[in-house]
Design a protein around this ligand. Sequence first.
Ligand code: SF4
Length: 146
Amino acid sequence: MQFEPNFWQTKSLLEMTDSEWEALCDGCGKCCYRKYIQGRGKRQKLYYTRIACNLLNLETGKCGHYEARFRLEKDCTKLTKKNLPDFHWLPATCAYRLLYEGKALPKWHPLISGDEQSVKNAGIFIADGVHENDVIDWFEFVIDEE
Ligand code: SF4
């Protein structure tokens, strides 16, 4: 797919075409790892974990049942322009969150590097992920990330 050069710098998220929007995803798979919120109000904290959705391929970071994901996983969330304001739960490296917050894409993003492997090479993938079905105590799998 050919895109306008540096479209992520010249267009707002709302101005992007569907294919440009899709191309923003770096394929890290981090949005498919479980999170939980503890506390309320100012004390509220979002925790990220190494616990993956059962549909996630832990090696590739891709959904194993992409077409059927909303039917198979009731809480699977589609990232759209409409729910942009809710993207604060996305990992800090996520292109949608970065652009929404007015930040630049990192050099390892495939749109810049031209190489899908650059995400893995930059250490963005979650190492030692486990599927939710295999977990008893979530607290053992919390990772330190904002
Ligand atoms: S966290 Fe963002 S960049 Fe990574 S897979 Fe999810 S939507 Fe794509």
